[in-house]
Ligand binder design. Sequence first.
Ligand code: PGA
Length: 257
Amino acid sequence: MKEVLAIRRKLLVANWKMHKNISEAQAFCRRFLPEIEECDRADIAICPPFTLLTAVKGALGSSKVKLGAQNLFWEEKGAYTGEVSPAMLLDAGCEMVIIGHSERRHIFGETDEMINRKVKAALRNKLIPILCVGETLEERKKGQAEEVVKRQLLEGLRELEYDGEIVIAYEPVWAIGTGVNASPDDAQKMSFFIRQILKGIFPEEKVLEMRILYGGSVKPENITGFTGQPDVDGALVGGASLDPDSFAEIVRLSCYA
Ligand code: PGA
């Protein structure tokens, strides 16, 4: 188990959702970067809204912090008003992209089939997809959490070659933005389950390298409970990633978990 843990570096991803303007984003980077300079045991990414990608890329400069987007469209180009292609994200300096976030599924009606197309488009373009899965409160209460997560994984990862890195984020919908986080034990149990499902899709040696993140009301006070678990390899952080001090604290604490 120790060897397995050693090959998976922790990954902390900031999901800024629909927040910040250019000057706020630049101020965030100015404060955040010196705070995490010493922390070389974790990978870090910031996923701002599309309008901030170029400014954040510039503000990150030569730092090790990677840039990611919160969504993409699967076509390469064309008459798709309002959409952004994988090539456009690459051009803006993105290395990863969040796909199938529960807000996209529930507010914008994204289906598993659409999410699968997006994952394929990301991989085709050498972007790392961060595929989000997770059950609603109702589904959990009915004892369907595992069934839902399994379906989202099997459908979202349907018919694709493991070609390049894929990250999974387990985000129980009831824990997102609510202040009610899952327990570290629940996060571990579901991450372990996710890894078992992944073993039915990809070669085992690949699955042992795949990072599974927890997301949902992560903050400095609870991060080590999650990153201390054997199958939880980091976090996707919403609200607490908007403040540079709090996100830097989450990164620092994860480096030593
Ligand atoms: P939260 O959001 O940390 O604000 O709960 C997490 C997410 O939606 O990715």
